[in-house]
Design a protein around this ligand. Structure first.
Ligand SMILES: Nc1ncnc2c1ncn2[C@@H]1O[C@H](COP(=O)(O)OP(=O)(O)OP(=O)(O)O)[C@@H](O)[C@H]1O
Ligand SMILES: [Mg+2]
Length: 398
């Protein structure tokens, strides 16, 4: 057998969703799991338990792999360098990945590339935070440069009087990242994949909706975005991938700022499949999970065209319903065109446990597509069928 063996560090839903793509192409996917009950374990044949902060565990896991990649961005840079020194083929590599691990490093890189950043500064203490706020104007967004996710590690500081409340954060980490609070019209995501040889392909820019700092819904493509803004955002993503030497899939989170500068500012980078790319599983010729595997194996990349004029992805977080499967009859009957993706995770309030993808027939009908995807997600989350009967097949699904 000459088919490659791919190892994913981390056993979350992203690793889990790489498994069907690997299986389809005949690759073996292994996962270094944090525990026996994490999401990806039931999707692959080999999922040894190990600690990604322990170099010995990483080296042990690397044996027999053709390439090592990641479900998350938390493997220490020094460990990645040691793995490479030991001959492991690691993608993305440490010099690229640090830009997704450390928001201060990322802001400096975006400045260097002369791409549009919000106003920002590294602030070492409350006094420097106040100085930044007085200069830039309040409110200010204060961020932990490392370790944040789903809005944890992001705080809005309304005024100089409020700045003192962030003293605890400066004790935990210093310097922190201070940013101007951007007055955006919507949030966007530009996703791209790049191979070690330098081939890159972008998906169309999408509209992402966050609730309480967590991705809730994605609409692909971002409707009514000026063509030049969409093109500039896609070009920026390709340029970042190229200049930073990114391999695999990367998401560039953006703030849309109509009529101001380039029409967008860069929020942050993620160097792995991303929640804002889940729509590609059912709505693009090539899913982000397949593209990630192709990219890290230095294979030709797949087409990124949409499979319909509009695609909606709706997340469902842990809610009242503990028995998700009990809701499937009602959820699947409600919208036969919906594709449900469930992560096999224990239901806990606010935890990402699955999502629904729905391809629509016309961009004009986006409101209907959104409400149907949302209805299916709500039925699963709450365990309660929607009021009234399931709608008859309408033009979106006919
Ligand atoms: N400078 C800013 N101006 C306005 N809103 C912001 C700013 N920075 C962040 N936000 C809001 O907070 C959300 C979370 O911020 P950010 O993406 O930096 O954090 P995160 O915890 O790393 O997120 P993720 O869930 O993508 O891991 C953003 O999606 C946006 O809604
Ligand atoms: Mg983010």
């Amino acid at each position: 057998m000459t088919f490659p063996v791919i190892g994913v560090v981390g056993g979350g839903q992203l690793a889990r969703m790489m498994a069907p793509a690997a299986t389809a192409l005949g690759f073996e996917l292994r996962v270094l799991a944090e525990a026996e009950d994490v999401s990806a374990v039931s999707a692959v044949a080999k999922a040894p338990i190990g600690d990604y902060t322990d170099l010995d565990h990483l080296l042990e896991f690397s044996r027999g792999l053709d390439v090592m990649t990641f479900d998350h961005e938390h493997v220490p840079t020094a460990h990645l360098r040691s793995l490479i020194a030991a001959g492991v083929n690691v993608h993305p590599g440490p010099d690229a990945l640090v830009n997704a691990q450390d928001k201060l490093v990322m802001r400096a890189a975006i400045d260097r590339l002369e791409l549009p950043n919000p106003r920002w500064a590294a602030v070492a203490d409350v006094a420097e935070l106040i100085a930044f706020g007085e200069d830039t104007g309040w409110p200010v967004v204060l961020k932990m440069p490392r370790g944040g996710y789903d809005g944890k590690g992001v705080r809005i500081v309304g005024s100089a009087d409020e700045a003192g409340e962030s003293a605890d954060w400066f004790h935990a980490m210093s310097p922190l990242l201070a940013e101007a609070k951007v007055d955006f019209s919507r949030e966007l995501s530009a996703m791209v994949a790049r191979t070690p040889d330098g081939e890159s392909r972008a998906w169309p820019v999408v509209h992402t909706i966050q609730v309480d700092g967590v991705c809730d819904e994605v609409i692909a493509p971002a409707l009514d975005i000026p063509v030049e803004v969409a093109a500039a955002a896609e070009n920026a993503a390709v340029r970042i991938a190229t200049e930073l030497g990114v391999t695999g899939v990367m998401a560039v989170e953006l703030f849309e700022t109509p009529g101001v500068g380039a029409g967008f500012l860069i929020n942050e980078l993620a160097m792995r499949p991303h929640n804002t790319g889940h729509w590609t599983q059912d709505g693009s010729v090539t899913s982000q999970f397949e593209q990630h595997l192709r990219a890290i194996l230095n294979l030709p990349l797949g087409a990124t065209d949409l499979l319909g004029p509009v695609v909606v992805m709706k997340n469902f977080l842990g809610g009242e319903n503990q028995d998700l499967f009990s809701a499937y009859p009602a959820a699947l009957a409600w919208e036969p065109a919906a594709k449900v993706h469930c992560y096999g995770k224990a239901v806990r309030p606010g935890r990402k446990i699955g999502h629904v993808n729905l391809v629509g027939d016309s961009a004009a009908g986006v409101a209907t597509v959104r409400s149907r995807a949302t209805a299916v997600a709500d039925i699963i989350r709450t365990g309660r069928p929607q009021a009234g009967a399931a709608p008859e097949t309408s033009q979106e699904t006919a």
